[in-house]
Design a protein. Sequence first.
Length: 66
Amino acid sequence: MDGEQRRGRVGSFVVGGLVGASAALAAARRRRRREGVRRTPQGLEAFEGAPCYHEVVARERDELEA
């Protein structure tokens, strides 16, 4: 193996390792922030808590009773 090729591969390996390590650290930081208590409802719970949803349910109930 030529000396220049070896340096190129080693340099590429080092740069790849640094990029991978920084990505892992960024992912860990994001995960740590998400572990806190969520203040807003998620998914269907958010929709079912909306006033417009309650109006639709009440209207449908009234139509079924009539």
